[in-house]
Design a protein around this ligand. Structure first.
Ligand SMILES: O=c1ccn([C@@H]2O[C@H](COP(=O)(O)OP(=O)(O)O[C@H]3O[C@H](CO)[C@@H](O)[C@H](O)[C@H]3O)[C@@H](O)[C@H]2O)c(=O)[nH]1
Length: 444
């Protein structure tokens, strides 16, 4: 979640506002190049204390498998004294404190007079509206079940942006512990209840009803920042590495399939193998950038036998971080196979690529319902009963958007162009930020 916070700091800096951004040292190394206004944005290190059973040196969620996030949240809570000290010793008193899951930030603000707090949410508003609202009485006395969740909270504003059947399992984690003895549900409701304003990285055009629902559930003002994305073509943005630019340059316009699944999710080895066979089957050039699957130290261990030989001319699998926005902006890329994390969702909507979705976690499924189900700008890959994504289904989805003359392909392309026109035209993003700044000024 640090990338979207930094994007927002950049937009505020463009309007002359200063930000001090507290984050782990390792994240600073990784994200420093995204800081486009070093004179106004200070990246200030914090030390993440060791908490068992986290591997030594853990600093961010992308260092660990998802089931350990609970302990990382405990470690985050232990940074509170350091965070408080840093805030108290800032040269000038801040007007606003932004936070996400650190529910205790408003308690620090209350020690300084006149400091307002904003709980900034960088997941879709629908994912909070469906799960983490007071209308759900998720008491801790009994474990939360799928059927508890499948009953929508009273007043939830959609019958389409929902999970179905076994997909509800993806939300059971909200009843589990997420740091310092709190459940995820308790942590997030506490964080939202204690802020002065809630902010969402979304827009009214696609999530207005969910934002209104959140405002009424929490009885708080809700401010929207819009998508908040940097200009990929700008001179301040680091250009795409030559290695990838050269590789992509050899293919014709819009012919390459690019796949990435975000900073967090780790596939099972067999599922990754199956997906790779699906890319090969689709017959297009492809670049897959995913984390090595569970149990594998490197991506090489996860490749199907003879795969590298077979796809040498047209396929690459990379197990480390690539510059996703720059790759999406390359003219050879024609299809983005994405997990539909909220950041990737916005980046895909702004791109000219066709979009194929393989959502993994609960919020990603809701994002997919919004952009594939409601906006009809993307195709979601069908899963088998056990949640398995077969090579045939992946190949079918890719071909449905890439093959010439495909009706589905034409339909999503037309809808995507229409929505892209909305998001890219008329200073859509700038207008949202300007309004957001006005909302903040009123709050202050
Ligand atoms: O190799 C990579 C992989 C990712 N990215 C960037 O990293 C960000 C990834 O963000 P996102 O698409 O939101 O995915 P996750 O990292 O998986 O995000 C987490 O946070 C999201 C909210 O931002 C939630 O929607 C997801 O469920 C949760 O896993 C995007 O800006 C990508 O461009 C890269 O640049 N290179």
């Amino acid at each position: 979640h640090m990338i979207p916070f930094l994007h927002l700091a950049n937009k505020l800096a463009e309007r002359g506002h200063k930000t001090t951004f507290l984050l782990p040292k390792k994240a600073i190394l990784h994200l420093a190049s995204l800081n486009l206004h070093t004179s106004l944005i200070t990246l200030h290190p914090i030390t993440v204390p060791h908490v068992e059973p986290l591997p030594p040196g853990t600093q961010t969620a992308s260092d660990i498998p998802i089931h350990l996030n609970n302990h990382l949240a405990t470690a985050m809570d232990l940074t509170r004294p350091e965070v408080e000290l840093i805030i108290m010793s800032l040269e000038s008193k801040p007007n606003l404190l932004f936070y996400d899951m650190a529910h205790w930030v408003p308690e620090i603000a209350s020690k300084l007079s006149g400091v307002q707090t904003v709980c900034y949410k960088v997941v879709c508003a629908a994912s909070l509206a469906i799960a983490i609202v007071p209308a759900r009485d998720l008491s801790r006395d009994k474990p939360i079940t799928e059927s508890d969740l499948a009953e929508l909270p009273q007043g939830y504003p959609s019958n389409n942006v929902v999970l179905r059947g076994a997909e509800w399992q993806n939300l059971l984690f909200i009843g589990l512990e997420f740091g310092s003895g709190l459940t995820f549900y308790e942590r997030i409701t506490r964080a939202i209840r204690s802020c002065d304003a809630i902010a969402f990285r979304t827009c009214r055009e696609i999530e207005g009803s969910f934002c209104d629902y959140m405002a009424s559930q929490y009885n708080k003002p809700v401010f929207l920042t819009g998508p908040v994305l940097p200009e990929v073509e700008s001179t301040t943005t680091t250009p795409l590495d030559k290695k990838w630019a050269d590789w992509l340059d050899q293919f014709t316009s819009r012919s390459v399939v690019f796949c990435a699944f975000g900073s967090q999710f780790v596939l099972e080895k067999e599922q990754l193998k199956e997906l790779l066979l699906g890319f090969e089957m689709a017959g297009k050039p492809f670049l897959v950038a995913v984390k090595p699957p569970s149990g594998c130290a490197s991506i090489g261990e996860a490749l199907p036998e003879g795969f590298e030989e077979q796809v040498r001319e047209r396929g690459v699998v990379c197990g480390s971080w690539v510059q996703q926005p720059q790759i999406l902006a390359h003219p050879s890329v024609g299809c983005f196979v994405s997990h539909c994390g909220f950041g990737s969702m916005w980046e895909s909507l702004m791109s000219e690529s066709q979009i194929v979705l393989v959502p993994q976690l609960g919020d990603q499924i809701l994002n997919a319902r919004i952009i594939a189900g409601e906006m009809k700008v993307a195709v979601e890959v069908e899963r088998g009963e056990n949640g398995w994504v077969s090579k045939e289904n992946l190949c079918k989805a890719i071909k449905s958007v890439m093959d010439e003359g495909s009706e589905v392909g034409e339909m999503v392309k037309k809808n995507h162009a229409k929505w892209r026109g909305v998001f890219v035209g008329n200073d859509f993003m700038g207008g949202y930020i300007d309004n957001f700044v006005k909302d903040l000024e009123m709050l202050v």
